[in-house]
Ligand binder design. Structure first.
Ligand SMILES: Nc1ncnc2c1ncn2[C@@H]1O[C@H](COP(=O)(O)OP(=O)(O)OP(=O)(O)O)[C@@H](O)[C@H]1O
Length: 582
């Protein structure tokens, strides 16, 4: 239990004081409960004593003890309210704060992390695990804590009343704790396995749902369902195994307390028969034996889920400790020139760049061309620090990009990717994502320039139409144009385009290119281009070949000095000719 509470404090952050208040009120609640029960016992004892001795019942005693009992009950109710209030506020605040904290860390995590950790692990952590902590986790911790405290306090109240019973209670408590220690290790091991099975199932389900169109188109439904079924069956087996381990442990735990109750009753009856205690005291001890272990028994019934709470807390702590890339404190840049200097980079053990150097001039358009897998995307990802270089350095504004605050550096980049992601929000907000401070007129202006105003106006609620997740209710070209409008609105100095116009139909493409050119004027543009017009119009072209920078120059220069470029251009021209003839 102490381990659980310690783990809870690690992730509690600002809510630590509320957790402390919750625990404090739980202790106070148990004290009030003990006082109430103790008072009732003394009250009954006096009444029985008087009746037994054929004396009149002293009313003043009854008033005082009734008052104490009332105080105990009212205090208990008040403390229960305060404990619950602090518990609920702390658990939901903690959930939200941990999601935000982990979300923020994910933003500053090296992209390599996402490669080696399935999306399901991360999303499972952020949704299921934190969700479980919010709803059941904190209740488990509270019940375990209350169970132990309540029994200990009850034992303390009974001790002065009858030392023999007090000792029986303490022995029973120790035996219960011992059985707990013996079985807990095994149960924890099982729940750890179960937790990883749950996360795996989460990941497979997510993959299945996300890739449903690909699965269908390749007729792989049966194989994927088989994998999903396999994971579901493993989960079922895992749950049954946990129950098989925990059920006997819970039974032994319960049996110990029932034996404790029997021992109290037995000792009371024995002593009554021996004449060492009065009958009314024996009655009181027998009555109290049914109450004294109730808290601990309740805690025992939670043992099977205690492991889940520990696993959840560990999973959250692990996500909180995500390695983030180190950052500096520069928050702005004057010039947007990028210098790639002798950069070395490998994907895990797969070397890609072995000392490449190139200059991306400020305010100009640089096109990157090269065969598939030559390293175009990787170069852009290194310049924007999605990944960190293994050797050499990348300077922007003559400063190593590692010296910038990561958020500030990223705010100077606008990306237009081939895979467009739109949020489950209105069209207007999707565009405003590029600049939340932009006014409606600015949104409409960029939408017009990105050639999306007309189709937006045809949507049921125009700019206020809520898009389905990922913009799945729009065509690929429409999604891409909205993403271009969004990019246009972002006030950044550097723009990275990854074949941004590939899904735009020919009739809009010319206008879109014009709009893009107008808006990108003066910015440092890095475009991974396959279209001849984009390449020919660029101020500088970088030719990449299998992880090397083969050549750099203008279209005219490269036609003279680069065979790879010449071949690339002639392939493009052939492709266009083939398309026209077709
Ligand atoms: N996340 C990754 N993990 C491991 N290897 C990767 C990763 N991303 C890219 N690679 C490898 O690095 C090499 C360069 O990839 P990159 O995406 O930079 O090439 P590219 O020129 O942009 O290709 P394309 O034109 O096909 O998009 C490829 O061999 C690719 O397999």
């Amino acid at each position: 239990m102490i381990e659980l509470i310690k783990k809870l404090y690690i992730i509690a952050g600002k809510e630590s004081s509320r957790i402390s208040k919750m625990l404090f009120f739980e202790v106070l609640k148990s004290v009030f409960e003990g006082t109430g029960v103790g008072a009732v016992m003394f009250l009954l004892l006096r009444v029985f004593q008087n009746i037994f001795d054929h004396r009149a019942v002293v009313m003043q005693d009854i008033y005082v003890l009734s008052g104490v009992a009332l105080l105990g009950v009212s205090g208990k109710i008040l403390c229960a309210y305060m404990a619950d209030r602090n518990k609920f506020i702390a658990s939901y605040n903690m959930g939200a704060q941990n999601r935000l904290y982990i979300g923020d860390k994910l933003k500053r995590t090296n992209m390599g992390y996402f490669g080696s950790n399935r999306l399901g692990n991360i999303s499972g952590g952020l949704t299921t695990v934190i969700g479980e902590l919010e709803t059941v986790g904190i209740n488990i911790i509270e019940t375990l804590f209350v169970g132990v405290i309540q029994t200990v306090i009850m034992a303390l109240f009974i001790f002065p009343f009858d030392a023999v019973t007090g000792i029986i209670i303490l022995i029973t408590l120790l035996a219960g704790m011992l059985s707990n220690v013996i079985f807990q290790k095994k149960a924890d091991e099982m729940t750890r396995k179960l937790q990883s099975l749950k996360i795996n199932l989460n990941a497979t389900t997510l993959e299945y749902v996300k890739g449903i169109s690909v699965i269908k188109s390749f007729g792989k439904g049966k194989e994927m369902i088989a994998e999903l079924d396999g994971d579901i069956l493993k989960n079922r087996k895992g749950f049954i195994n946990v129950e098989k381990t925990v059920a006997p442990a819970a039974l032994i735990f319960l049996a110990i307390f029932k034996l404790g109750v029997c021992a109290i009753i037995f000792s009371a009856v024995m002593r009554l028969c021996l004449g060492t205690i009065m009958p009314y005291k024996a009655v009181m001890l027998i009555v109290s034996s049914f109450m004294v272990f109730s808290g601990f028994e309740m805690a025992g019934s939670m043992q099977h889920v205690r492991g889940v709470a520990v696993q959840n807390l560990d999973a959250i702590t692990k996500l909180r400790k995500l390695p983030t890339i180190p950052e500096g404190d520069i928050t702005s840049l004057e010039t947007a020139r990028a210098d790639v200097k002798n950069v070395k980079f490998s994907y895990e053990k797969q070397p890609l760049f072995d000392g490449i150097s190139v200059v991306i001039p400020e305010g100009k358009t640089t096109a990157i061309v090269g065969g598939s897998g030559s390293g175009k995307t990787t170069l852009c990802n290194l310049i924007s620090r999605f990944w960190d270089v293994d050797g050499g350095e990348i300077l922007i504004d003559n400063k190593n990009i590692k010296e910038f605050k990561y958020d500030s550096l990223l705010s100077e980049f606008t990306f237009v990717f081939q895979d467009v992601y739109l949020f489950d929000d209105t069209v207007k907000n999707n565009i405003k994502f590029g600049n939340p401070d932009a006014g409606d007129n600015e949104v409409i202006e960029v939408a017009k320039q990105a050639q999306c105003h007309d189709f937006i106006m045809k949507l049921p609620q125009g700019y206020d139409t809520v898009l389905q997740e990922g913009g799945s209710d729009l065509s690929g070209g429409e999604r891409q144009r909205i993403s271009i409008a969004r990019a246009m609105l972002k006030p950044s100095k550097i723009v990275i385009l990854d074949e941004a116009t590939s899904s735009v139909d020919p009739e809009n493409e010319e206008q879109l290119m014009l709009a893009l050119n107008n808006l990108l004027k003066g910015k440092t543009v890095l475009v991974i281009a396959h279209k001849l017009e984009t390449i020919q119009g660029a101020d500088q072209i970088i030719v990449m070949d299998r992880g090397k920078i083969e050549n750099v120059g203008t279209h005219k220069e490269l036609l003279k000095k680069s065979d790879i470029y010449k071949k690339f251009i002639s392939q493009r021209e052939k492709a266009i000719k083939w398309a026209i003839e077709k």
